[in-house]
Design a protein around this ligand. Sequence first.
Ligand SMILES: *[C@@H]1O[C@H](CO)[C@@H](O)[C@H](O)[C@H]1NC(C)=O
Ligand SMILES: *[C@@H]1O[C@H](CO)[C@@H](O)[C@H](O)[C@H]1NC(C)=O
Length: 134
Amino acid sequence: MAALFSRRIILFKTVLLLMFLTMLKAKTHVRIINNLPDDMQLHIHCQSGDDDLGFHELSNLSSFEFSFKPNWIGSTRFFCFMAWLSNGHYFDIYEYRRDGTCLWTEHTCKWHVTPNGPCKEFSNGTARCYPWNT
Ligand SMILES: *[C@@H]1O[C@H](CO)[C@@H](O)[C@H](O)[C@H]1NC(C)=O
Ligand SMILES: *[C@@H]1O[C@H](CO)[C@@H](O)[C@H](O)[C@H]1NC(C)=O
């Protein structure tokens, strides 16, 4: 009886440890999709306080994706400069308080870039559009 009980405790502790390790390993992804009309190319340059993700050029419907682990204190933030034709705007593409880990969309925050601003896709297929920051 005692042996069975302690085996259960060991199993329980193992499950907890595995859940904890999975949480530590889980990365959050951000995917940015060019949804501009008229086959326009989208130029993007994303950065955080620590990382410069470089310049990328996206054709119609193609995407740029990056991943990271949000820090423990919830201050992780990435911003992007996005440009097409003679337009150029900044947007905070990832903010922990707004986006969390994007758990319900496979840990991926999906953004569709339109001329009026980026639209974030939800797990139910709808999207919410935000204005450019500047
Ligand atoms: C973007 O690509 C899709 C799929 O190839 C195509 O159906 C659509 O017409 C294209 N849109 C523009 C604006 O070129
Ligand atoms: C889809 O999900 C979003 C975010 O959870 C919610 O605000 C919206 O009302 C939902 N829309 C539908 C049609 O279920």
